[in-house]
Design a protein around this ligand. Structure first.
Ligand SMILES: [Zn+2]
Length: 344
């Protein structure tokens, strides 16, 4: 409490009673100065509490006269710092409202920031895999251009088919020895020529053997063709007979297998078209093991009789071998084309 709270500074020594008189006529009516003075201190202290904690004035635990005095005091416009108590109270109310507004604003701001953080962390659009972006022609300008490039697996570049060529005998099994050269060697010479011709036409060729050191069973040869799902399996041999008059090429096909018979027929037609090659035609066989074990079109070619002197001469000739294998290769290509036509 300072002097400025009193209208007459000369009465400072009686400030307690004067304050009470001016502050609260109700207390003044008690008529006991000491009591008034003590009560005034209580009122002032209580009033400070009221200002600090506005619930105190209405407290049920406060004495009635204190509550009453506090209410009376609050209703008076006592000067303080040049402001009336009602002005101070309005200022406090205004300040509290401002504080409330600021708190609400902070709550909203905090909520907004947390919401933004949550959205950024968890609701962000999932990143598109780089591969997907690259494959999207709208996003990748190179996409449409790449699609116009020729596919390396284009049909025009694909092998026309899979052909397994089996050079008969070999290794520990040289075949028949009716000439200066073992059958296994002649078979291999022809097989290699056929391989070259077919590969030149884009055919995928698989050889059962490429040298004379390898020993293969008949079952192994057939299994190779089956494992590769060969479109054509041809086994090349040379024939022999007790009579030197017998000559001519023969085509053995797997009995009951339509593709084998068709293939053998194409070989025969090409040989016949030459007009200079002796042919004994096509023959069904259920006994030749390499044919019996084959699951796909399979033909065993007996190129001629080494026991016939004239034919033996041809079979050892590089040009004759080349001509003969040329017709075989043509037959295989025709067969593959027919097959492709049926599947298209
Ligand atoms: Zn043979």
């Amino acid at each position: 409490m300072t002097n400025e709270y009193f209208e007459n500074p000369e009465n400072q020594e009686h400030s307690g009673s004067n304050e009470i008189r001016r502050a609260d006529n109700g207390i003044e009516s008690k008529g006991h100065q000491e009591t008034d003075r003590n009560t005034a201190r209580q009122i002032n202290d209580e009033h400070n509490l009221i200002e600090d904690d506005h619930t105190a004035a209405g407290s049920k635990h406060a004495p009635d006269y204190i509550r009453r005095t506090a209410n009376d005091l609050s209703s008076n416009d006592l000067p303080r710092n040049g402001l009336s108590r009602s002005d101070i109270r309005r200022r406090r109310i205004r300040r509290r409202r401002q504080d409330m507004v600021i708190r609400i604003a902070l709550i909203f701001l905090t909520g907004f920031l947390c919401g933004s953080l949550f959205t950024g962390l968890f609701l962000r659009p999932k990143s598109i895999p780089a591969a997907a972006v690259a494959n999207n022609p709208n996003d990748d300008p190179a996409g449409p251009e790449e699609s116009t490039e020729q596919n390396p697996l284009d049909d025009s570049r694909q092998p026309a088919g899979i052909v397994v060529i089996d050079a008969g005998h070999g290794g520990k099994d040289p075949g028949c020895m009716e000439s200066s050269v073992w059958e296994s060697e002649i078979n291999l010479q022809m097989a290699l020529k056929l391989q070259e011709k077919l590969e030149a036409k884009g055919v995928q060729v698989i050889m059962t053997r490429t040298d004379n050191e390898v020993t293969l069973s008949l079952a192994e040869r057939a299994e190779l063709a089956n494992d590769q799902k060969a479109d054509v399996f041809v086994s090349i041999h040379q024939n022999s007979y007790t009579s030197p008059q017998i000559s001519g090429i023969e085509f053995f096909y797997k009995e009951g297998e339509a593709g084998s018979e068709t293939l053998a027929g194409l070989f025969e037609e090409n040989i016949q078209s030459d007009g200079s090659i002796d042919s004994r035609g096509i023959k069904a066989s259920g006994d030749l093991k390499v044919l019996r074990l084959s699951k796909g079109p399979a033909v065993l070619i007996e190129s001629g009789y080494l026991t016939n002197p004239e034919e033996e001469k041809n079979l050892l000739s590089d040009s004759y071998q080349d001509k003969l294998m040329g017709y075989i290769a043509d037959g295989i290509m025709e067969f593959l084309e027919q097959k492709a036509g049926r599947e298209a």
